[in-house]
Design a protein around this ligand. Sequence first.
Ligand code: ADP
Ligand code: MG
Length: 341
Amino acid sequence: MSEALFEIAELPEFPDATVCVRDAFGVDADYRAPAFRQRTAYVPEVDPAYRFDPSTTMALVMGFAEGRRVLVQGRHGSGKSTHIEQVAARLNWPCVRVNLDSHIGRIDLIGKDAIVLREGKQVTEYREGILPWAYQRPVALVFDEYDAGRPDVMFVIQRALEAEGRLTLLDQNRVLRPHPSFRLFATANTVGLGDVSGLYHGTQQLNQAQLDRWNTIVRLDYLPTEEEAAVVLARAPWMQGGENEKLLTQMVRMAELTRTGFAAGDLSTLMSPRTVICWAENYRSFRDLEFAFETAFLNRCDEAERATIAEYYQRAIGRALHPDGTRPWRRAAPGKPVSTA
Ligand SMILES: Nc1ncnc2c1ncn2[C@@H]1O[C@H](COP(=O)(O)OP(=O)(O)O)[C@@H](O)[C@H]1O
Ligand SMILES: [Mg+2]
């Protein structure tokens, strides 16, 4: 975690403006959400191409407005993490994301005593962890990949969730009160029942008592075809217009086939919207659709599932995949002069 995070920025204490959800998120509701007038250090960048899911948006907006704890659940790449960030970005709400999937431990969350040099002497000083840091500031803290958190981390979070209105730092003998504008969110691939699909390796079973502490659990799924194509198009503008745009719709269809196949148990890997974006990017780089597809997706799939995927490919794209993989380039003939251009 970067040191800069712990430099205390001058943050405005309370929302001092409102934002109309119809204008800001395209949700058909007459609700004005509290917001900050000023953009400050921890406010995420606005992504103008982001498409808000109306129900998830309203759940998150209420999370910000009323301090409800919202857990967003959904398959990978459905846009959970960015959804929270993009709501924060529109409300100018400072937002800090902690990925529990990484090697985050209890100490990173809570903080620790560190030995520092002060006027030539060694002294012990308490360094605040991310949790107490955010807890006392007008900041939305997002626990990303919540179901992948290590047990020691989950134990700390459980304490924070249980204590209505205070956080006890046992090692420090301190009791903290939350800042009135502190907010808590989380994202998860599973609903804490552990991983039945085998897809989300490393996820933990969540304690039901702990799940109970989340006021709102929303499910975010993949977008309908046209909308997903629009999202990819915004990220891959070279696919705009004519044949390319038609091709893009077929690429999204291909992704959908892998998701249906996954749900039916025919595939163990699926294409997320991120994979489709990656495919379009590789296509731009390599100018070969099949090689782009193989490098973006196929080469990380189970060998035994290649035939199924080839069949989907034929169905969605109308072309055959080479059983041994595409090799668009040949070795140059020896003795040819090296180009210096
Ligand atoms: N509704 C959407 N609008 C625009 N981009 C999206 C949307 N959903 C997903 N994406 C894009 O897909 C990628 C994956 O999103 P992410 O939030 O990391 O997913 P998750 O946290 O669910 O795994 C990001 O690049 C994100 O911008
Ligand atoms: Mg995520």
